[in-house]
Design a binder for this molecule. Sequence first.
Ligand code: NAD
Length: 437
Amino acid sequence: MKICMIGAGYVGLVSAACFSDFGWNVTCIDKDEGRLALLNRGEIPIYEPGLDDLVARNVAAGRIQFSGSLPEAVRDADVVFLAVGTPVRRGDGYADLTYVFEAVEELAPHIRDGIVITTKSTVPVGTGREIERRLKALRPDAEFAVCSNPEFLREGSAIRDFTHPDRVLVGCDEGRGRDIMARIYEPLSLRSAPVMFVSRESAELAKYAANSFLAMKITFINEIADLCEEVGADVSEVATAIGADGRIGPKFLNPGPGYGGSCFPKDVSALARTAREARAPVTLVEQVEKVNMERKIAMGARVERASGGSVHGKTIAVLGVTFKPNTDDMRDAPSLVILPMLQSRGATVRACDPQGRPQAEQLLPDVEWFVDPIEAAQGADVLLVLTEWNEFRALDLKQLRSAMSGDVLVDMRNVYSPRHAQDAGFSYSGIGRGTER
Ligand code: NAD
C-alpha cells in the first residue's frame, strides 16, 4: 500500500510515521521548506515524545520519505491523506479550509483511477462532499473516492494514541474507499482497535462533537471548581466522586486556567458556526466557548488577587507556558492571554518551559526565559504554575521559596499539596481546593 500524506505537522508527521511503521510505504509532503530540510537531515521539527526514534527507524528501513514534490507522490499513491491545518477563519470563527482546498487543487491533475482521497484534518461537515465536487469539476475523467478519517490523537501521547486508538473512524460512501481504508488500518485490528465505518457526514461531525464534548467537560469542572472555593468543597474530591460514575468517567475532570491548544478552541468555535448556519444552534457549545474565554481573563485577575490586589511593579515567575505538558505547541495556550494581561498591569514576567520556549518567544514578548525553574524564581514576588510538566512536580518547594523575594504561589494546575506549600513558607492558592490538606 502506498500512502501520500500531505502536511508534515503534528498530525501528518505522526500519522505518516505510524503508517510506515505498520509496513506501508509513505511519502510525506510539506510546503514548508524549513520543515522539510530538518526532516531530511534526520531532525524532527516538532516536539513529540518518541517521534524521533520512530521516524529514524522507518527512514532507515526505506519506508518513509519526505518531499516537497506532490505530483510524483500523488501519482504513485493508493491513498492520499490531507493533514493540513484548518485554523479558525478570521472574523467569523468558522474553519478556514484554504489549505485543504489548495491541496485538492494541487493534487487533482495527478490522481489516477482508483485513488482514495481522505481528510485527516478536522473539517466541517459537508467538506468531503465539496472536495468531491471540486475534484469532479477538475477531473471529470477520473474515478476516485473521497473519505473522512478524522484523527483523535493527542499531542504529547500521539504515537500511543495513533497505535492504540479507542476507535478508528472512517466515513465513506464508496465501496472501494471502504476496502482500501479497511486494508490501511488492518494492522491495528491485531490490537482489536475497532474500525468504525459510518457516513462521511457522521465522521466529519463526530470529530467536532467529540472535541466540543471534552471542552464542555473541562469547562464544567472549571465552574464547579469556582463554586467549591465559595462553599468550602474540594474539587478533586468532587471530581473523583462524580468520575467514579461510569456514565461520567474520570477523565477531563481536572480544573485549570481554561482549555487551549490547537484543537478545542477552534473546533468548538467551528461547530457553533456550523450549527448556526444549519439553523440548529448548539447553544450549550456556544456558552462553553464564552465561559472558557472569560476564564482565561479571570485567571489574570486571580493572580492579582493572590498578590494582594495588584501586580504592578511585581515580578512573576511562570512555570510552563505550553497549553499542556509534553508538547511545544503554543496555539491558543492560556499563557497567551494571562501573561500579556499581567504585563499590561505592570508585572515583569520570567518564565521557564521544558519545550515551549522556541515557539513562545515569538508570541510572548518581553518575557525573560530560563532553563532552570529555581533560576526563574530568583527574586520573584509570585510563582505561577500554568502547565503541569513532570519537571515541575517534584521541585524542592523550600528551595524555590528561598530563591524568591515574595511568598505567593498560584498553582493553576493543582500540582502541589497546599500543606507542603504552606510548610515551605508559601501563601498558596490552587484551583477549587481548600488550603488544609
Ligand atoms: P500543523 O499546522 O502542525 O501542520 C500542517 C502542515 O501542513 C504544515 O506543516 C503545513 O506547512 C502543511 N501544509 C499546508 N498546506 C499544504 C499543502 N498544500 N501541501 C503540503 N503541505 C501543506 O497542523 P496539525 O496540528 O498537524 O493539524 C492538522 C489537522 O489535524 C487540523 O485540521 C487539526 O484540527 C487536526 N488535528 C490536530 C490534532 C493535534 O493535536 N494537533 C489532533 C487531531 C486533529
